[in-house]
Design a protein around this ligand. Structure first.
Ligand SMILES: Nc1ncnc2c1ncn2[C@@H]1O[C@H](COP(=O)(O)OP(=O)(O)OP(=O)(O)O)[C@@H](O)[C@H]1O
Ligand SMILES: [Mg+2]
Length: 367
């Protein structure tokens, strides 16, 4: 986490609906994947997007990246409206906005060495030519904790953690302002996960980066993010500073989300709000507040009137009853972490883990 600066990315009322069913289908069906999302990310800031599977996190990231076209809404980067830019004119903006995926194979060509992939990228964007390409690729690999000599390897010759480092080097190659990380550490072993989180934080400071950090891992989010936006069925239902969200969540859904993971300071067991049922079908979202069928505090109004985001003084929440329902109970001692995952993660996050970026080992041994 670093000191945020000027506004960088501003998204207003972004909508992405997927029309499903072929042209000859009798009934037209629409998935409301992203349903009127507004958010902003400042310079050097990390905004986390959290929420259950299928709530629209990846779609939001992909629409912002213009990998898929929005249905409507505005995406503004450093004062420039992106939704009206098309074709080759998008190239300079693509440089500024980069993405790191859960599976780095998605962004790396399996038939090209890292030297070829990164080299091509540098040449296409006019960032290096001739002999300087090789030097720059080596420099990028060392920045992400890999030896320059690993440039000659193919993607399958790296471990999962190393491949994610290559994915990060690929994003860094074009000097981005903001990186959308979509579950970038979710598939990694816990110790490797912590190393990659530390790497992301180190390069954030070094290069003044902003992150839109999409993750279902709330522990990682707590360590990474300055602010958190909670999504439910395509909408943001609560947003605020990370510590406020974790210590004083206002929306019943945010509370329930925090209750299912071993977070330090979570509620006592008997105060926990267990979420019943699955996320409703996005083809037929419930009327009113989308969360109402699962919410223990729902009243008639919640079933007919969709709440809009309103200020709580600390953040924004979309709930008709946020200031009526029982307040977040005093935190109890951190729950027992049966598999030791929490302790291991914390030990690494407070810096007990030697950063591989400072100790570049052989490519075969670095995570
Ligand atoms: N190309 C597509 N065509 C039709 N529906 C889609 C498409 N992409 C996503 N969806 C639907 O949009 C909704 C949101 O999906 P999305 O992948 O954004 O969720 P998510 O929050 O990233 O989930 P997860 O945590 O599992 O990655 C889902 O109902 C999904 O089935
Ligand atoms: Mg996703």
């Amino acid at each position: 986490m670093s000191t945020p600066g000027k506004p960088l990315l501003r998204v207003e009322n972004l909508v992405k609906h997927f029309n499903i069913g072929g042209p000859f289908s009798a009934s037209k069906q629409v998935i409301h994947a992203v349903d009127g999302v507004s958010l902003h990310v400042d310079e050097r800031e990390t905004l986390a997007i959290v929420g259950e599977s299928g709530c629209g996190k990846s779609t939001l990231g992909r629409v912002i990246m213009r990998l898929i076209e929005p249905t409507s809404g505005s995406i503004n980067l450093s004062g420039e409206e992106l939704t009206t830019v098309k074709g080759r004119a998008l190239l300079p903006y693509r440089r500024k906005l980069q993405m790191v995926f859960q599976d780095p194979f998605g962004s790396l060509n399996p038939r090209m060495t890292v030297q070829e992939t990164l080299g091509d990228l540098l040449r296409i964007h006019g960032l290096a030519s001739g002999k300087s390409v090789k030097l720059r690729v080596g420099e990028l690999l060392e920045t992400v904790g890999l030896p320059a000599s690993s440039a000659k390897r193919y993607p399958h010759e790296f471990s999962g953690g190393q491949r994610q480092r290559v994915g990060i080097a690929r994003a860094l190659a074009v000097n981005p302002s903001i990186i959308v990380c979509d579950e970038a550490v979710s598939a990694l072993d816990v110790s490797v996960q912590a190393q990659i989180v530390n790497l992301l934080r180190d390069i954030q400071v070094e290069f003044g980066l902003s992150y839109l950090f999409i993750s279902h891992d709330l522990m990682v989010v707590r360590h990474m993010a300055d602010r958190v936006a909670v999504m439910y069925l395509g909408r943001i239902i609560e947003t605020g500073d990370t510590e406020n969200i974790f210590s004083r969540p206002r929306h019943p859904y945010t509370r329930a989300l925090l209750d299912v993971v071993p977070i330090p300071g979570a509620l006592r067991k008997d105060d926990r709000m267990v979420l019943k049922g699955d996320v409703p079908n996005p083809l037929t979202p419930p009327a009113g507040c989308h969360f109402n069928p699962r919410c223990p505090f729902a009243i008639n109004r919640c079933r007919v009137e969709a709440p809009t985001l309103q200020s709580t003084g600390e953040g924004l929440v979309a709930c008709h009853r946020w200031n009526e329902i029982p307040a977040w109970v005093d935190p109890s001692p951190p729950p027992k972490d049966s598999d030791g995952r929490l302790e291991r993660l914390q030990a690494r996050f407070v810096g007990n883990d030697p950063s591989p970026a400072k100790q570049p080992a052989e490519a075969g041994t670095t995570a």
